[in-house]
Design a protein around this ligand. Structure first.
Ligand SMILES: CC(=O)SCCNC(=O)CCNC(=O)[C@H](O)C(C)(C)COP(=O)(O)OP(=O)(O)OC[C@H]1O[C@@H](n2cnc3c(N)ncnc32)[C@H](O)[C@@H]1OP(=O)(O)O
Ligand SMILES: N[C@@H](CCO)C(=O)O
Length: 380
């Protein structure tokens, strides 16, 4: 099925690294592009930089109109003067992840400069640590030795944890939100349903859909998003939004009736296809599945943070069943075993996992308080 293609070169700011990046799997991705956006002003001491890591289907358009969808940035509500991500105080950096499809090198990038042949499914397996290493190259390129903070929710939170574990001296404060130090069996299972939907779309063509201009596995990618989107909400949120309401007057056959919740999911699926690449989706979901910080540190999570100078703010949402509070508590226990300076808050919310993206004043106040406290300690 043909769909509006994602425009080329949508990112206005791209750091180009001709030497590329050596990945955990042993492959070299060369050259490496990291597309990013910044907000606010870097101070003379370069001590006010806050890196914001996006979730699975986010991108660098944190707080400005998205070039494909025309929508507001995904965290627009908390970015700006006197907001938690205060642009009068902080220099915010947000980069599209390695493997993404909004300008950073990924499956939709040419295999070599100028080539018509895209990486597609030949793109190597990337890990969350590879994503973080790509971001570190960007941060070095910007001349920043230490980040005031690294902040992110969901897969963004996995990157926050990896940053703190891999580059503890480069991270003064870390805010992993609605996340976990590993992807659970249930989460892997849901993601596999999504991948299976993409694989079963005839237009996926073994990942080579890009050979026919404009062709994308729209049905498969849309179903993948529909399944995933259910996991981003809660039963209460879906009931509050739609209940059992039908769209329009009841028809004479069940097959013609459409519940509002079905219509909503179809809408979420079809709008997603316009802004995301299927092979990127396969690559990034796999990176999430393989994330396991304890396993990478000899089976003991606290070993990832032993002796860390980084201070942590861990936040969860009470109705998040994708990354439940129990996983944040396990993380906090490990941070305590590592003697890390840690604060933790569970926000009472019925909005499910995506609560971190929505209007949650208590969460915003807590995050803002943590970031401002960190800034004061550094004299920023
Ligand atoms: C974190 C990152 O890094 S970025 C990724 C985050 N962004 C996304 O995931 C984008 C898609 N996801 C969403 O929209 C998420 O639900 C949120 C959390 C971002 C927004 O949540 P909410 O503000 O509660 O919006 P909601 O989930 O109700 O969706 C509203 C959309 O559903 C549509 N909708 C609502 N009811 C129906 C219905 N019965 N039938 C069809 N469509 C419907 C609305 O028209 C609206 O469409 P639009 O987004 O095209 O304008
Ligand atoms: N809804 C967000 C969070 C998923 O973890 C996204 O699509 O990236």
């Amino acid at each position: 099925m043909s769909e509006t293609p994602i425009p080329e070169a949508v990112a206005h700011q791209t750091a180009h690294f001709p030497e590329g990046l050596a990945l955990d799997c042993g492959a070299l991705v060369s050259p490496l592009d990291v597309a990013y956006r910044t907000y606010g002003t870097l101070n003379a001491a370069k001590s006010n930089a806050v890196l914001v890591c996006h979730a699975l289907t986010g991108d660098q358009y944190l707080a400005e109109t998205h070039p494909v969808t025309g929508r507001a940035g995904w965290w627009q509500a908390i970015v700006g003067p006197s907001r938690p991500l205060d642009t009068d105080r902080f220099f915010l950096i947000c980069a599209n992840v390695l493997g993404g499809c909004m300008g950073s090198t990924g499956p939709a990038s040419p295999m070599s400069p100028g080539s018509d042949r895209l990486w597609g499914t030949d793109f190597p397996n990337v890990t969350i640590r590879d994503m973080v290493r790509a971001q570190k190259k960007l941060v070095d390129h910007l001349g920043i030795e230490r980040l005031l903070a690294v902040v992110g929710g969901s897969m963004g939170g996995m990157q926050v944890l990896e940053w703190a574990a891999t580059y503890p001296r480069a991270v003064f404060a870390a805010a992993p939100i609605a996340t976990a130090p590993h992807h659970s069996a249930q989460n892997i299972a849901f993601q596999e349903v999504g991948r299976a939907a993409i694989h079963s779309d005839p237009d996926w063509r073994g990942g080579r859909y890009w050979e026919e201009p404009g062709l994308v596995p729209a049905k498969g990618l849309s179903v993948a998003r529909m399944v995933a989107h259910i996991t981003y909400l809660s039963e209460q949120a879906l009931t509050r939004k739609f209940g059992r309401r039908l769209r329009g007057a009841p028809a004479l056959t069940f097959l013609e009736d459409v519940f509002e919740v079905e219509s909503y999911l179809r809408h979420q699926g079809s709008t997603f296809v316009r802004r995301f690449d299927a092979n990127s989706y396969l690559t990034i979901t796999r990176a999430m599945d393989f994330f396991d910080l304890a396993e990478a540190h000899g089976g003991e999570l606290s070993a990832a943070f032993q002796g860390t100078p980084t201070r942590f703010f861990v936040a969860s949402f009470s109705s998040d069943w994708l990354f439940p509070t129990s996983e944040s508590r396990a993380l906090v226990r490990a941070l305590n075993r590592a003697a890390a300076n840690t604060s933790f808050v569970e926000i009472a919310s019925d909005k499910g996992h995506d609560a971190f993206l929505l209007e949650e004043p208590e969460f915003h106040a807590a995050l803002g308080g943590f970031l401002n406290g960190a800034a004061e300690r550094l004299g920023v």
